[in-house]
Design a protein around this ligand. Structure first.
Ligand code: SF4
Length: 258
């Protein structure tokens, strides 16, 4: 297990967002030890606005110590406006091997549910089975862009091993929770040559699949056929989801008119 070594206080926590997972979101950690090299959009933004100076600093998470107090103050104001509160947009609520962050996330979700608000959760860590005891309206998701563990070690160096991620999600599904998988940012064949159908089959138990392309990467623009590639992937995802009766969402910009 890893210890949190940095703490910060914030003045506000819940905010409105345009992401498709929830109409409101909260980020109770600054930074993320998963250190994804896709690259991570949150890291690029935090670096650009001077919130972190380096990749090493980004990978050293700072926990917002007044998270629960902020929720107590803000939930009464927001609870009638929020349809789904998403954890998290610029960090990971179940950061791998950080017990203290995971415990704070569970306490936060409990508090949010007690205010009558449901949560959506997205992680590249391990979703604890304790989540199955919380509101069954919550939706629990993991990101999987490949089944290749050596690729995962290279591109998501601090995140949980893929099979562990998958089996935790499967356990929640088995316990009657709503589950979903984000296959995003999906890599092009010049980054890793792999079979999308194998990725889809591995998550066939989940209730919903989100698929999206890789952005902000030089490797993508150097792959000349990327538009056709993503159009073909989208077709395969939609066919798979329709065949297995799954809800799906294709992220904006993934399909291109050629
Ligand atoms: S898990 Fe998400 S927030 Fe964390 S480094 Fe990866 S992309 Fe960024």
């Amino acid at each position: 297990m890893k210890k949190v070594t940095k703490y910060i206080s914030r003045k506000t926590l819940i905010y409105k967002t345009g992401v498709e997972y929830g109409d409101y979101t909260m980020n109770h950690v600054l930074g993320c030890s998963h250190g994804c090299k896709y690259p991570c959009y949150a890291y690029l933004q935090k670096k650009r606005f001077g919130n972190v100076d380096s990749y090493e600093e980004w990978c050293t998470p700072a926990l917002v110590k007044n998270t629960l107090e902020l929720l107590d103050a803000e939930l009464p104001k927001f609870k009638n406006k929020i349809e789904t509160l998403h954890l998290c947009f610029t960090t990971d609520p179940f950061m791998y091997e950080y017990d203290e962050i995971q415990e704070m996330s569970i306490k936060a979700i409990k508090k949010i549910n007690n205010a009558g608000v449901k949560c959506s959760v997205l992680t590249k860590g391990i979703l604890p089975i304790a989540l199955s005891e919380l509101s069954k309206d919550n939706e629990y998701g993991i990101t999987i862009v490949s089944l290749d563990e050596s690729f995962r070690e290279r591109i998501e160096p601090g995140a949980a091993p893929i099979l562990e991620r998958l089996s935790a999600l499967k356990a929640l599904h088995g316990a009657g929770c709503k589950t979903w998988v984000s296959i995003e940012p999906y890599p092009t064949p010049n980054i890793i040559c792999q079979d999308l159908s194998a990725v889809l089959e591995s998550v066939a138990f989940a209730d919903k699949i989100i698929f999206g392309r890789t952005n902000y990467s030089k490797e993508i623009s150097s792959y000349k056929k990327h538009k056709q590639f993503y159009n073909d992937c989208v077709k395969e995802v939609i066919e798979f989801c329709e065949k297995h009766n799954k809800v799906y969402h294709i992220k904006e910009g993934t399909i291109t008119e050629i």
